[in-house]
Design a protein around this ligand. Structure first.
Ligand code: NAI
Ligand code: MG
Length: 326
């Protein structure tokens, strides 16, 4: 099975190397095809997302992506749209032994990935600028269906739509409308909806109440970083971008230039990202094996400085790989 691997920039390169070390320890029958993208690639080749990289992603069964730097909009946002990776899945799961605000969370944010303000259609006006917000019935229905199917598959009972339809009456009105139409096809599941501002507060005051959140692109981007903060930070948050044909897996964090090159980046988000990929490839047992080894390593405090440990990025990965054999 071909897997495209795009380390990208900054800590993307470091955490990718660590995650591949763990994958290579298992007998997975995966062929890794390395591809270039990001700031360094732009500098070297004149393109942040070269044609060969697009081809590699198109031909691969799945893609692993580290992080891009300032060219992120031209790289990751473009990849999501180019391959119609319409669903951005961001699990929020507390990890044992990791100091965080809530040690008992397990929910998921499903973010629509192709439209909303992120179509980037902005225009200057005499006194400022306007941005176009695109919300379609098709995409709203498709992301709602994905959310209910995912929730059902994972044994969850509730899906919550998040929007601002009291102010954005037309765009978010359509999103909420399509959500409830899809919900009616899942009578055994509970469906409810909240305004995004209230949700930002509920995530802090009563996050245990959520199971699956489904929301539009910008709100999903913001709320998922907030949610990462509940479980210990960006170094721990994985994500998947899923389309009909292709799928791309990446940590929520970026290239983190402040800590890049210091061998202190936490590889956990990237490693959990690979477990999302393995589950997508129907390699659930292998994914669980990595999760268990990671949990043991975290519980023993064999971690990077952001979690109070002394290990470097690859050193932590070596410990996790060692625990795979337990
Ligand atoms: P960031 O996620 O790169 O880093 C923010 C802060 O979070 C870091 O300074 C660090 O303190 C912490 N952090 C993140 N990942 C960590 C890890 N694995 N281990 C330990 N600490 C970690 O976000 P920032 O600083 O806003 O953006 C930096 C660059 O990344 C920008 O050029 C931005 O465009 C790009 N970016 C790319 C993304 C992508 O490729 N998908 C996503 C977000 C940002
Ligand atoms: Mg973000």
């Amino acid at each position: 099975m071909k897997i495209a691997v795009i380390p990208g920039d900054g800590i993307g390169v470091e955490v990718m190397e660590a995650a591949l070390h763990i994958l290579n320890t298992l007998d997975l029958d995966l062929e890794f095809i390395h591809a270039d993208a990001g700031d360094a690639c732009l500098k070297r080749t004149g393109a942040a997302l070269p044609e060969e990289t697009l081809e590699a992603v198109g031909e691969a069964r799945a893609t692993l992506f580290g992080a891009a730097g300032e060219s992120a909009a031209d790289v990751i946002v473009r990849l999501r749209r180019e391959f119609d990776l319409f669903a951005n899945l961001r699990p929020v799961k507390s990890l044992p032994g990791v100091p965080c605000l809530y040690p008992d969370l397990d929910f998921v944010i499903v973010r629509e990935n192709t439209e909303d303000l992120y179509v980037g259609d902005e225009e200057y006006t005499p006194d400022g600028a306007v941005a176009k917000r695109i919300i379609t019935r098709t995409a709203s229905r498709r992301i709602s269906q994905f959310a209910f199917q995912y929730a059902q598959k994972e044994g969850m009972q509730k899906v919550t739509a998040v929007h601002k339809a009291n102010v954005l009456k037309k765009t978010d009105g359509i999103f909420r409308d399509e959500f409830y139409k899809v919900a009616s096809e899942y009578p055994q599941m509970e469906a409810n909806d909240y305004y995004v501002d209230a949700t930002a507060m509920y995530l802090i005051t009563q996050p245990q109440e959520f199971q699956t959140i489904v929301t539009t692109n910008l709100f999903g981007d913001i709320l998922s970083d907030e949610a990462a903060g509940l479980i210990g930070g960006l170094g721990l948050a994985p994500s998947a971008n899923i389309g009909e044909k292709n799928a791309l897996f990446e940590p929520v964090h970026g290239s983190a230039p402040q800590i890049a090159g210091k061998n202190i980046a936490n590889p956990t988000a990237m490693i959990l990202t690979t477990t999302l990929m393995l589950k997508h490839l129907n390699k659930k047992q292998e994914a669980q094996k990595i999760e268990k080894a990671l949990q043991k390593t975290l519980a023993e405090g064999l971690v990077t400085p952001d979690l109070g440990g002394k290990l470097g990025t690859m050193e932590m990965a070596v410990e996790i790989a060692r625990h795979l054999e337990d």
